[in-house]
Design a protein. Structure first.
Length: 365
């Protein structure tokens, strides 16, 4: 950006924009930059700039700092005015205000022309650094180029999401971003703190609860169905009595964190299906506990076992394993698959690209 473009840099704000009001919320390490300006202004010595409302900074106009930067570089009111595209009287008025602000002539006429005072020479690198960082901070973020990126995305997914969402996601990634690496983690690999700290890009699961600071989005809603062998004794009359008389395959609901073993007597720990049965005063007989959604279809080939699974998983497995999909003979509340991520990555261009892609993929799963 040329110096002549600097006035446009601040066109979003009134000409009387306060330094603290704009820089403190925009420039990285603003405390350092404001501190440097603070040390250069003895009239404000000992007083915090951007933090203390008692300090009157209305006299500090961001445009004046641009004026000073160009004046010190050009060493001429006329040239500085031309550089900034303003009139000479306007620049002269700006120099007068700058002299009042810093209580120093800043530029004095000598036999060699306009010469910077010692005070002005002290200010010059401070002003240049501050304006340079502000200019950089205001530049638009570069768009994420997925096709050329070699980024590693780390996502925590439940086994349910891994079997339904991830295959299509990988297919799309191979097409759109062949050099991107996807690191798929399980709920037992990470904690909410890992996600919150940005060590993991996102978590995709069925959450009972999550930190309030997290951003989240529902990818889809799913309900439960039963997978049974066509030779199951109750395949033709699958009512509640038949369900309760059967032996069952339990699949982990895979929440965050690892569990150690299962206690069949602790219904509340067994998840949605068993909680729904418990409310009706019933309890099913579980013969096999598994943590993987690939297993139920294999186990359901035993003609006395029933697997109660989310519909998306059951439909996929029924097609390849020649099993029957039955409606549960009692109501089971549906659930939502959600995507959650830390506020630390909310505005990151690459992360935003991945979130959009996952939402698109979820629509076709």
């Amino acid at each position: 950006m040329e110096q002549a473009d600097f006035p446009n840099l601040f066109s979003k704000w009134p000409m009387t924009a306060c330094l603290a009001g704009n820089w403190a919320g925009i420039i990285p390490n603003d405390g350092i930059l404001l501190g440097e300006l603070h040390r250069s202004m003895p009239e404000y010595a000992g007083k915090p700039l951007a933090r203390n409302p008692a300090v009157n900074l209305d006299r500090i106009d961001l445009n004046l700092l641009v004026y000073l930067d160009v004046l010190l570089r050009e060493g001429s009111v006329t040239k500085a005015a031309q550089q900034l595209g303003i009139t000479q009287p306007a620049m002269s008025n700006g120099l007068r205000r700058l002299r009042d602000l810093f209580n120093d002539p800043l530029l004095v006429r000598t036999s060699d022309g306009m010469t910077a005072t010692e005070r002005a020479r002290e200010l010059q690198p401070v002003i240049r650094k501050a304006l340079g960082e502000l200019e950089a901070a205001l530049q638009p973020l570069e768009e994420f180029d997925a096709n050329s990126s070699h980024r590693v995305f780390r996502i925590m997914v439940s086994d349910y999401a891994e079997s339904t969402l991830v295959p299509e996601l990988v297919k799309r990634l191979r097409s759109l971003a062949p050099d991107i690496i996807l690191d798929v983690l399980t709920p037992s690999d990470v904690t909410f703190k890992d996600v919150e700290a940005g060590k993991v890009d996102m978590a995709i699961n069925r959450f009972d609860e999550m930190p309030q600071s997290f951003h989240q989005m529902t990818l889809w809603q799913d309900d439960f169905v039963c997978l049974v062998n066509p030779d199951h004794p109750s395949a033709d009359h699958f009512d509640l009595a038949a369900y309760l008389a059967s032996n069952h395959i339990w699949v982990s609901k895979t929440g965050m964190g690892a569990g150690v073993g299962i206690d069949p007597d602790k219904v509340i720990r067994l998840g949605w299906v068993d909680n729904a049965l418990s409310k009706l005063g019933h309890k099913r007989r579980i013969s096999v506990f598994t943590r993987h959604y690939q297993m139920p279809a294999l186990l359901a080939h035993n003609n006395d076992l029933v697997a109660t699974l989310p519909r998306k998983v059951a439909d996929m497995q029924a097609q390849t394993a020649n099993l029957l999909v039955k409606q549960p003979p009692f109501p089971i509340p549906p659930f939502e698959l959600k995507m959650a991520w830390s506020p630390l990555v909310q505005h990151h261009q690459a992360h935003r690209w991945l979130r959009r892609l996952i939402v698109e993929v979820a629509q076709y799963c």
